[in-house]
Design a protein around this ligand. Structure first.
Ligand SMILES: *[C@@H]1O[C@H](CO)[C@@H](O)[C@H](O)[C@H]1NC(C)=O
Length: 165
């Protein structure tokens, strides 16, 4: 492949969102919320689209947390609270599209990553920029009608709250 073609291919891949950057390890470690006495409802979660990734015996919850952060797509882990307990790793999805359910169990802890693992890729960034532009465009549209709307709103507010009169 000639260098120019290579660059075009890379640009297309980048725009189509094939590359997205992961948050760094420390950010991941710092953003887990641990819930003591909770176990995942495996069937319900899988039915909702959660993915089971891996299980391994580890000495502590901290090691389990770290392993989750080092594992691609892991955003939830469940640790059996004992020495050399089972550490289960799951992909439950980002907070805005979370697919896991939990229930009470004294011998387990469950922990949820409270932020999205993937930084928005280029494609989402472009979309976000467009949404922002669309929104701010509203602000610049015909400022005089804004004054009118404010007046109408005030009249409405006053009728709703007569004590303001
Ligand atoms: C929790 O673990 C202890 C010790 O292994 C066991 O005796 C107990 O039955 C467990 N509790 C539940 C709810 O499974």
């Amino acid at each position: 492949m000639s260098p120019i073609v290579q660059r075009i291919v890379l640009a297309v891949l980048a725009i189509s969102g094939v590359f997205s950057t992961d948050i760094d390890l420390q950010t991941c470690i710092d953003n887990f919320n641990v819930h003591r006495d909770k176990i995942i409802r495996t069937q319900d979660s899988q039915n909702m689209g959660a993915k089971y990734l891996n299980e391994i015996d580890l000495g502590s919850r901290e090691e389990c947390l770290r392993l989750c952060c080092e594992t691609d797509n892991c955003d939830v882990f469940v640790f059996e609270e004992k020495n050399s307990g089972s550490c289960y790793l799951f992909h439950c999805g980002p907070p805005e599209d979370f697919k896991c359910k939990f229930t009470h169990h004294v011998n387990y802890s469950s922990a949820v990553l409270s932020i999205n693992r993937h930084l928005p890729d280029l494609e989402s960034q472009i979309k976000l920029t467009k949404h922002e532009q669309d929104l701010t465009k509203l602000r610049r549209l015909e400022p005089e009608t804004d004054v009118l709307k404010t007046a109408v709103f005030d009249e409405k507010t006053r009728s709703l709250f007569p004590q303001l009169r």
